[in-house]
Each structure stands twice: as C-alpha cells, then as structure tokens.
Design a protein around this ligand. Structure first.
Ligand code: UDP
Ligand code: MG
Length: 319
C-alpha cells in the first residue's frame, strides 16, 4: 500500500490555511492512497502557528505540523518537511492556494506510469507579468539549457517525487527548484503535466525580483556540482591547460626572438602576460587536484557510492 505525503511550507498564511485544509480534503477525496499533509511553519509572525495547531488537533489523521524556530526560507522549510514525511510519494506544494490540491491525483497517476518525478507546469500562470512571469520564463530557459533537463516550469512548487529520489540530497539557498535537475542526474525518469494556477487571494507574495538573481547564482553552483562534482580536475585542470599551453608556446617564441633577433624580453608586455598565465594556469591545476582530494573524502568518508541503482534481481538491496 502506498502512502502519500504532501509537504507544504507556510510563512504568514493564516487566512489561507483553513481553505487549504479544506481544499486538500476535497482534492484528495478521490485519491486511493492514504495521505498526510506535512505543514512546516517557517517562523510565521502572524496567526499561522495557532491555526496550524488547531488544524492538527481537529484532523490528527491527516495534519502533521513542524514548527521551525525562525524564518529559514521556503527551501529550508521544504527540506524540513521532506525529512519528516513518511510517505512513499512526496508531493510539494505552496500553502497560498496558488497551487490546486485537486491536481494531486493527476500527478500521482502520471507517477504510476513509471516516472520518478512529475513536475507541475503553470501554463496559465496567474501572477504579474513584468515582475514575475517574465523573469521566471528567462530563468526557466536558462536553467533548462544549462542543466540539460528540459522542463517548462522549475519554479512551480507543485511536483511529485518518489521518496528514494529525494534521499541523500541536501537543499541550500533557493535550491528546491533544482531538485528535478538533481533527480535527473541520479537517473530519475521525469514527466511534466499542466497544472492549475490561481491568483493569490490572501496574504502577499514573499518574493520580488531579487530572487531571480539568487536563482542565477544557485544555477552556477548547481551546474558546477552536476557537471564537475565528481571530476573537478576536468574544470580546473582544463582551465589551467588552456592558460598554460599557449603561454608556454608564446614564451618559447619570445625566447627564440630574444636569442636570434635580440628583441628584449623584459620590456615586452607579452612576456609578462605569458608568465602570468603560466602561473595562473598552474594554480588552477593545483586547485583542481585539491578539489579531487575533497571529492574522495566526500565519497570515502561517508561511504557514498559513485552510482545509483534503479533495481536489482535476485539480490538484496544494499542499504
Ligand atoms: N514561504 C516560506 N518561507 C518563506 C517564504 C515563503 O515557507 O520565507 C512559503 C509561502 O508561505 C508559500 C510558499 O513558500 O507557501 C511560496 O511563497 P510565495 O507564494 O510567496 O511565492 P510565489 O508564489 O509568489 O512565488
Ligand atoms: Mg504563491
């Protein structure tokens, strides 16, 4: 029997919570699986905590609540929810009713077609165009190109995951939107479905344009981790070689010129440039080697394998 956990970060959403609770019951009435909602109060300063306490008391079968000690941000709240979720399938969604719980059975049905991640796509998004929809389109295009994982809507929280996929992945910064990219890197099968999106009725959005900048910086980190985490020497060493090799050739040319034509070395900017690039290049290669040692520490100290197994036959699953 499968169990469903719906993880919901909550920051100052007091008016939305009772409606959300009701919408969950209505949306999941047709769902065949037992479900729990793991609501994470991310240090709300309005009455959200009290509302959550009441809901947990009235509906102990479905409502679980984690109270964080202060506001840690949406990503951290999601991470806390995932850590406390008991389900085999984890669905993430927002608390502000912009996502619709009625879409959850559809996500689950798609998951059961054999996917590990089903991503919601707010095709008809109900947010201001200039400050939200446009920056998010640009960010989505960028993320899709850079990570090579082609989804339309990374920013949509409403997504369903098989629990195993989320194991062993730590979330930092604004990184919950990169879970699909991470999932793809461990070999998850991905699908996308169009979901409903509603305008916010109560409370305010917690974000502005600044988030786009953070997302772009996070993207840089994610790209590095996805492409070079296991082989950092390929990046650092590659840059090092690109700097060192042409500079060595240039140096040789300059020295030959000095010997046979008597062109002074010290006064030539080319000479100084090539020396600088040789030094930088060697530094970069050395950094790569240090990074290689760090990766080995990571894998060997924690006993982390360098692969992920989908399934085994006639073998017991290794923990
Ligand atoms: N949220 C949170 N901690 C924060 C900011 C937001 O838990 O510091 C929650 C918020 O309550 C909501 C979800 O994250 O459930 C998405 O936030 P919001 O609706 O403000 O984002 P938007 O939909 O405007 O992108
Ligand atoms: Mg919202």
């Amino acid at each position: 029997m499968k169990k469903l956990s719906i993880v919901i970060p909550v920051y100052n959403e007091e008016e939305n919570l009772p409606l959300l609770h009701q919408a969950l019951h209505e949306g999941l009435a047709a769902c065949r699986y037992p479900w729990e909602a793991v609501l994470v109060d991310d240090g709300s300063s309005d009455g959200s905590a009290a509302v959550l306490e009441r809901l947990a008391q009235e509906d102990p079968q479905h409502v679980r609540v984690v109270f964080l000690r202060r506001n840690f941000g949406q990503t951290a709240a999601i991470a806390a929810g995932i850590d406390h979720a008991k389900g085999d399938v984890v669905v993430l969604m927002d608390a502000d009713l912009q996502n619709d719980p009625a879409d959850i059975p559809m996500l689950i049905a798609k998951l059961e077609e054999g996917y590990d991640v089903v991503s919601g796509w707010r095709k008809d998004r109900q947010d201001p165009f200039l400050t939200r929809v446009l920056p998010s389109r640009i960010a989505n295009g960028l993320i899709s190109r850079v990570t090579g994982v082609h989804l339309h809507d990374y920013g949509c929280t409403l997504k369903a995951y098989r629990r195993e996929i989320l194991q062993g992945f730590r979330l930092y910064g604004e990184m919950h939107r990169f879970i699909p990219a991470y999932a793809a890197s461990v070999g998850a099968r991905m699908a996308e479905v169009v979901v409903h999106h509603h305008p916010r009725r109560f409370g305010k959005s917690k974000y502005g344009l600044m988030r786009t900048l953070k997302v772009i910086l996070d993207l840089l980190t994610v790209k590095f981790l996805l492409s070079f985490f296991h082989k950092p020497i390929y990046l650092f060493g590659g840059m090092g070689l690109v700097l060192v090799l042409p500079s060595l050739v240039l140096l040789a040319v300059l020295i030959v010129r000095r010997i046979f034509w008597g062109v002074a070395l010290m006064t030539s900017p080319l000479f100084q440039l090539s020396l600088m690039f040789v030094i930088l290049g060697f530094q970069s290669i050395l950094m790569g080697l240090i990074a290689e040692m760090l990766v080995r520490t990571y894998h060997e100290a924690q006993g982390k394998p360098t692969y992920t197994v989908r399934r085994v036959l006639n073998l017991s699953e290794k923990a």
